[in-house]
Design a protein around this ligand. Sequence first.
Ligand code: CO
Length: 134
Amino acid sequence: MLNGIDHVGIAVEDLDGAVELYRRTLGVEPAHRGVVESQGVEEVLFEVGDSRIQLVGALGPDTPVGRFLAKRGPGLHHLGLRVDDVAVTLQTLRAAGVPLVDESPRSGSRGTTIAFVHPAGMGGVLVELVQGAP
Ligand code: CO
């Protein structure tokens, strides 16, 4: 079911400033940057081994990440877990009584299929299931 950590999502107020911070401190260069309208974010990805760090900035205050930033400020936002089949994993979680943000799989960036699982069912961690990461 689980194949690895696809990425760690970090909410940032200032995407350019965060990119510069990672570049200056960790010496990494962005591998990808793009807007994901469906999630209300602009994202930057750094490749780290076979995983990634995903910086997410809000496209506006009335988006999930915008509300997160207003409430908690910048920091760790979600854990992206690589799975074989998002639909099957959602079924398993639903059967276990875990509350879901997404009841069915949807399109993510980079041609992936994703679904978010509610933190209330995962010990306070917002989990993003990711299938088909390149
Ligand atoms: Co993510």
